[in-house]
Every structure is written in C-alpha cells, then in structure tokens.
Design a binder for this molecule. Structure first.
Ligand code: GRF
Length: 208
C-alpha cells in the first residue's frame, strides 16, 4: 500500500530546503514523495535541484505583481498541483503571498518555513530583523499558511543562538542549517498523522 504523502513544493530561490526534504525522503525518514516543483523564477536553483532529483519542475510566470501571483496564475498553479494529486503544499522559500485560490483548494494543507521564531519578525529578512533588535536567540518556524502573512498555526520551531560577531549572512546560514532539520521533520509528522486517518479525512485532518 502506498501511504506516502504527496507533496507539491513551491520555491523562488536556491532550493536548499527542497533538497533537504528530498534527502530525507530518499534515506527513508520522511514517508512522502514530491510530485511537482513550481517556481516563479525561471532560473531558480530549486528547478535545477528538481532536474537533479528527476522531479517534474515548472516555471510559472507570476504576472504583473511583485509580491503576489495574478489570480489566473494562482488558479493555474492550483490546477497543476491537483493534476499531480498533491495533498500537502510546501512553501520552501516561495517569495509570494498565497491568496484565496490556493487557500481554498488546500485548506490546512499548505505549510511554510520562515526564518525566525514567529510570531517575532514576520516579513522579509527576518534574521536581519532579529540581529538588529539585539536578540540573543532566533531560529526558524514551520507553520500552516493562512490569509495573514507569516501567521497561521505553528507546527514546529528550532532555536538558533545569535553569536558575537554574527553578520546577517552568517546568521542566515546557521538558521538555514536548522531549517533543513525542521522542515523535513514537520513533513514527516504530517505524513505520519495522515497515514493513520481514513481516506475521507486525509485531506483535512483536523479542521475545526
Ligand atoms: C529560507 O531561509 C526560508 O526560511 C525563507 O526563504 C529561504 C529559502 O531558502 N522563507 P532555500 O531556497 O530553501 O535555500
């Protein structure tokens, strides 16, 4: 019986989090499979990794907006994800806000990795915000995606100390190491929970 959770991964950047998920799938720790990778950036590293791992990878032209997708484009992405039978959408460095078409199509089935200990430091360059605020500790968070940006139920967090002499770059690099542990682990936990649910509940495990 194939109980592997079917993932769709969206990313705009180098794709190190996608790579981390793939490595943990391949070594058998995460009972999931990535069905499709989608990027809004044509030459994003995440699409190169998709090729390396022989996963279908698609560039989707985001349209005229800078921080979100055009509605028709988002509807196209929903269709692509549904055609690939995706059960959980993973935003792994996807630099656009997800709106109603995606939220409606995948209720409580979209997760995001954010480089701070939410609810602190929402938004861009969260590691820099934490550094500039003089924090001793920051980290990363995986959360369900909802309409409000970088909000949504928190599924897991890892702390990362801020060290004397840290630069934004050195701190972000250390947060990313933590991300590569946290994101596959949360995917594993969701896959485990859903594999125990009857099929009719699998798409919406705990809607309230
Ligand atoms: C990560 O730092 C993540 O927290 C943020 O974007 C970055 C993506 O990195 N949302 P990568 O493309 O997975 O290497």
């Amino acid at each position: 019986m194939n109980q592997r959770l079917k993932l769709g991964v969206l990313g705009s950047g180098k794709g190190s989090n996608f790579k981390a998920i793939m490595e943990r799938i391949i070594d058998g720790w995460v009972p999931a499979e990535v069905r499709i990778v989608i990027s809004d950036v044509p030459d994003a590293g995440i699409l190169s990794y998709a090729r390396d791992f022989q996963i279908p990878g698609l560039f989707v032209n985001p349209g005229k907006y800078r921080t979100r997708l055009e509605t028709e484009v988002e509807q196209d992405i929903v269709r692509l994800l549904q055609e690939a039978s995706v059960e959980l959408v993973v935003l792994a460095g996807f630099m656009r806000v997800v709106k109603e078409p995606m939220l409606r199509a995948f209720p409580r089935s979209i997760i995001n990795i954010h480089p701070s200990l939410l609810p602190k430091y929402r938004g861009l360059e969260a590691w820099k915000q934490a550094l500039e605020a003089g924090e001793a500790v920051t980290g990363c968070t995986v959360h369900y995606v909802q309409a409000a940006v970088d909000a949504g139920e928190i599924l897991g967090q890892l702390q990362v100390p801020i060290l004397p002499g840290d630069t934004p770059e050195s701190l972000h690099a250390r947060i990313q190491i933590a991300e590569h542990d946290l994101l596959p682990e949360v995917v594993r936990q969701i896959a485990e929970v859903r594999s125990k649910l009857p099929d009719s509940f699998a798409a919406r495990p705990d809607d309230k």
